[in-house]
Design a protein around this ligand. Structure first.
Ligand code: GUN
Ligand code: FE
Length: 454
């Protein structure tokens, strides 16, 4: 029998598929030196008792206490790390004004590495404390500060996918916050990719460079073309904003005579490793293109309530075969918690299905079959995020990473309303989804290493 680095015993919840929640009651999870789940053992399996007798009482044996459960760590597919500095503010104006009045000024301050260090240390720790074990980050246009963000993820044990943002169109960006010119933007991006690839050689949980045109309106065609070529040359991830709001969507139609999806594709920016934020205004041909190219949608339900002028028809896009994960979109979304975004994803979808204008008759008010369930939202926050990134993360199953959050439902300041001894585990799961707070997240592990405890 293998020599495991850790063995964990407890009840876990993991998504098998969009519809099917897998409940692993009182299982053993055997973790190897690489931080992978090498074996999952059910109480009925023949080696369960043998393993228990071998490991019980040892330092590397961990049994959950009563009222504690394992969940997979969350995969946040869209975070603006610098915007943590303004989270919760300025959400009462449209996207274009919010970017120009608040967001570009705050992001421009990240030329100062000591300011960047302060905010980036805090946002990475905060996300870990909220159960986010993998995050896909936008940094800023500044190469050094973007490398610093990747280093901070590496040091704190989070799996970070980090992009130096490109904004090279002087017509669309302010003088105080843009790349010096297109050539510099591309050279800086290439140097950034190489620096993060070098860093990654010594990082157990992985850090990855991401080619990051902010969105079409802030980039030149030459810049977008060059970024597509760099992504192909280095086989990197790609992220951007796509068809987010009426304004952004219409801007691209006017400039290129097509939707964001096809415009991005023309520049080589839709690939298996592409993740596009928002995507509310994709039409069916755009969604088919996403499915064909393996491009994923990062659904940001809290942010969308402020800036997207609509609710995304998520169930429809999923049925078309598009990969989908959840994003906080800090600070378009004010919350660093994917629990909060799971809740909002469900609520927004219900409002899309039922409609929101009581002056209309019920049969004209909404979009049929638009709702998603809490199981489905949990899937998007975990397994769906992992599939979007093509990484073995987001599930508690063999050959996946040991990325988990230990939820304690009995914390005195945040006790969940569980009174009956034999409450069905599926009900306990739903209570965790709707009521868990950061206090309930007792421990967080990434790739077999403990990275947070309280
Ligand atoms: N579009 C371009 N930049 C941004 C951003 O920072 N946040 C959001 N929500 N949309 C954007
Ligand atoms: Fe965003």
């Amino acid at each position: 029998m293998s020599n495991y680095t850790h063995i964990f015993q407890g009840t876990a919840f993991s998504s098998n598929s969009l519809k099917e929640l897998h409940i692993l009651e009182n299982h053993l999870f055997c973790i190897n030196a690489e931080g992978m789940i090498e074996k999952v053992v059910a109480p009925a399996d023949e080696d369960y008792d043998t393993l228990l007798s071998m490991y019980e009482g040892k330092e590397n044996f961990h049994r959950l206490a009563k009222g504690q459960y394992f969940l997979p760590g969350f995969v946040d597919l869209h975070v603006h790390a610098p915007q943590w500095a303004q989270s919760g503010t300025a959400l009462d104006i449209p996207l274009f004004d919010w970017l120009n009045t608040y967001t570009f000024p705050i992001e421009s301050k990240f030329s100062d590495l000591s300011f960047a260090k302060m905010v980036y240390e805090d946002v990475v720790s905060t996300l870990l404390a909220n159960g986010t074990t993998t995050a896909l980050y936008f940094a800023t246009v500044h190469k050094e500060a973007s490398i610093l963000l990747a280093e901070i993820c590496a040091k704190k044990g989070q799996r970070g996918l980090v992009g130096k943002v490109v904004m090279d169109d002087p017509e669309q960006t302010p003088t105080y916050y843009r790349d010096a010119d297109t050539k510099t933007a591309l050279v800086d991006t290439e140097e950034f990719i190489l620096a993060v690839k070098e860093l990654a050689k010594s990082v157990k949980q992985g850090v990855y460079p991401v080619v990051t045109p902010r969105f079409i309106p802030s980039c030149t065609s030459e810049g977008l073309q060059g970024l597509g070529e760099l992504a192909a040359k280095y086989d990197t991830y790609i992220q951007s904003h796509c068809s987010e709001s009426d304004w952004a969507h219409q801007y691209v139609q006017e400039r290129y005579g097509k939707n964001d999806a096809f415009a991005l594709h023309d520049f080589g920016l839709l690939r298996e490793k592409s993740v596009m934020a928002h995507c509310n205004f994709l039409d069916d041909a755009d969604a088919d293109l996403f499915a064909q190219t393996g491009t994923a949608i990062s659904h940001c339900p809290i942010s969308n309530a402020y800036f997207a002028n609509s609710v995304i028809p998520l169930a429809h896009f999923h049925a078309k075969g598009v990969e989908i994960g959840l994003g906080s979109d800090i600070s378009g979304g004010f919350s660093p918690s994917l629990f909060d975004n799971i809740r909002q994803a469900v609520m927004s979808s219900r409002m899309l299905e039922d409609g929101v204008n009581p002056a209309l008759p019920a049969n004209e008010r909404g979009v049929p079959n638009a709702r998603i369930t809490v199981n489905e939202a949990f899937y998007f926050a975990t397994a769906g995020g992992g599939e979007s990134l093509s990484l073995p993360i987001g599930r508690l199953a063999e050959n996946y990473t040991w990325d988990v959050q230990v939820i304690d439902t009995t914390i005195p300041s945040a006790r969940l309303p569980i009174y009956e001894a034999n409450e069905p585990l599926h009900d306990i799961f739903q209570k965790m989804m709707y009521l868990a707070r950061p206090e309930n997240i007792r421990e967080v592990w990434v790739q077999g290493e403990k990275v947070h405890s309280r």
